[in-house]
Ligand binder design. Structure first.
Ligand code: AMP
Length: 516
């Protein structure tokens, strides 16, 4: 039976109405299972608050005018009806199109019950769009299709549309999902790393086997795609920066391989080849660039550490060991990240010391057996840094005093606790913030305000900030039982979403490292 818009509106309201992740997943999975095959793609979109047609360009007032008709008594509209109506709406163009669109929308809403009408309007206004739903929807698809979540997550990384993933999962199961692959020239979210306290902790977390160790260079993540003579370079947020780092593009163009996707880090270097600080590297990625002048003044180089696609095929599902062999065949050593494979803690420690001496942040320790998990902060890559830093989420900020009066200054910092689904506070800091940053953060935080008291503005947990600190102490001051000591802001991480910040599991690991 075709699904009614009314049914979907009810599901959507129940999903929005509960904060329990498991309940959301259950509701969504049930809805997915009930879809007819042809409805799956649009159903997934509607449940995420989106439409196939995208924005149809009607203002709020026009939409309100369109619902000024008496509603239907019984729900009859199906998802297919709604999609067809939106197609028609989107195709109305030219002079007088606003009036004609309003008329078409009136015809549609005359067929809708009050509940459906509310849903359709909010859908068109973008009010139902729930960014955080992505991960929940992936779990729901896995649940509805009875396949492992990891398979759905993997397919979702490579697919342009989540609806297509749902369709494949529900109709073809794991086999259908395996068809989704990295494609040339379309960037995919990079694999991310968790934290290890030190070399010994990294070995322990990776199972005390032989591990791959690499320098951790503090620059900008780049993903380089090559398809014959076309080379494109993307940042971790999929921005195309090919022109800004033209010398890296030229170096990849010169490589003999005809099709490639490489993962690496770009860093500005001094005349002697030492890395510049992160902020200096970022000058190469600014808005308005005189690229030619910057190339002489501030040369940038790439250190490639992974190969995801070669000889016309994606190799993301192969173990790192094999991908590194592929990398070594297509990229000369001068463009590769220095690395060492060892099971010896002593060797690892001296490699770490050498990386620090060469001006780098520390090491990355990687499991040689793991596939490339696009977009995932898995436990197969671990960063080992000299100074402790954590990516935390700003939960609130206190008004400053004196010179800082009128500006939000002392930040309340927290990490997500997966066990309870809540953010746990770990400490406060106002250190490391320039005047410019204070002004910026005041504006940014006020836009996220949820409520306030006399001294403090509380905010939605959205902003990620990298915090350097001396140690994590056991403390009864905060619920999480841990408190940061000598915390200072290193930098805002606008490239990271809260789900990419360190969670309490990562925090506890560092806490344990300190004691051990
Ligand atoms: P973080 O941004 O602190 O979570 O650390 C992860 C980042 O380190 C990656 O996104 C890369 O940009 C960077 N990085 C530097 N060296 C490496 C390496 N050898 N392997 C992977 N990532 C690296």
């Amino acid at each position: 039976m075709p699904t009614l818009v009314a049914t979907l509106a009810e599901v959507s309201a129940r999903v929005a109405g509960t904060s329990l992740r498991t309940a959301k997943v259950r509701e969504l999975a049930q809805a997915l299972r009930a879809f007819e095959p042809a409805e799956i793609e649009i159903g997934v979109l509607y449940l995420s608050g989106e439409t196939r047609q995208g924005r149809i360009g009607l203002q709020y007032s026009a939409l309100r005018a369109a619902v000024d008709v008496s509603p239907a008594e019984r729900p009859t509209l199906t998802l297919g009806d709604l999609d067809a109506a939106l197609d028609e709406l989107a195709s109305i163009r030219g002079p007088g199109s606003t009036q004609r669109r309003i008329q078409r929308l009136r015809d549609l809403t005359a067929l809708a019950t009050p509940g459906e009408r509310d849903f359709i309007l909010r859908l068109l206004l973008g009010e139902l769009r729930q960014g955080a739903l992505g991960g929940v929807m992936i779990e729901a698809i896995a649940n509805a299709a009875q396949v492992p979540v990891a398979l759905v997550r993997r397919a979702a990384m490579y697919a342009q549309r989540l609806g297509a993933v749902a369709h494949a999962a529900l109709l073809e199961g794991a086999e259908g999902l395996a068809r989704f692959e990295l494609t040339l020239l379309s960037p995919v979210a990079p694999m991310l790393a968790q934290t290890a306290a030190d070399v010994a902790d990294a070995f322990e977390q990776l199972g005390n086997n032989e591990v791959g160790l690499e320098w951790k260079v503090d620059g900008a993540r780049i993903q380089v795609h090559k398809a014959e003579d076309v080379v494109r370079i993307f940042t971790r947020n999929a921005n195309d920066v090919t022109a800004a780092v033209a010398e890296i593009a030229a170096a990849v163009t010169r490589l003999p391989a005809r099709s490639l996707v490489l993962d690496g880090e770009a860093v500005a270097v001094t005349a002697t080849g030492r890395p510049h600080p992160f902020q200096t590297t970022m000058r190469r990625f600014g808005r308005k660039l005189d690229v030619a002048a910057l190339q002489t003044e501030l040369p940038i180089r790439a250190y490639f550490f992974d190969c995801l696609f070669v000889d016309g095929h994606s190799i993301t599902d192969r173990p790192l060991r094999e991908r590194l062999e592929a990398l070594a065949q297509v990229v000369p050593e001068s463009l590769r990240m220095p690395r060492l494979v060892t099971a010896s803690h002593a060797e690892a420690q001296s490699f770490y010391d050498a990386a620090i001496d060469a001006g780098h942040e520390g090491l990355m320790a990687k499991s040689l057996d793991a596939p490339y998990e696009a977009g995932n902060r898995g436990a197969s890559w671990l960063k080992i840094k000299r100074t402790h830093t954590l990516d935390l989420v700003v939960l609130a900020a206190e008004w400053g005093h004196g010179r800082r009066a009128g500006k939000l200054s002392n930040l309340h910092l927290g990490a997500y606790e997966p066990a309870t689904g809540e953010y746990v506070m770990l400490g406060k800091t106002f250190k490391g913030l320039t005047d410019e940053k204070l002004i910026w953060q005041t504006q940014a935080l006020l836009q996220l305000e949820t409520h306030r008291d006399r001294h403090t503005v509380y905010v939605k947990p959205r902003l990620v900030v990298e915090i350097a600190f001396s140690e994590l102490q056991v403390s009864s001051r905060y619920k999480g039982g841990l408190a940061l000591r000598l915390a200072r802001v290193k930098r805002y991480r606008l490239d990271k979403t809260p789900s990419e910040a360190d969670d309490m599991n990562a925090v506890r690991r560092i806490g344990m490292g300190n004691r051990g």
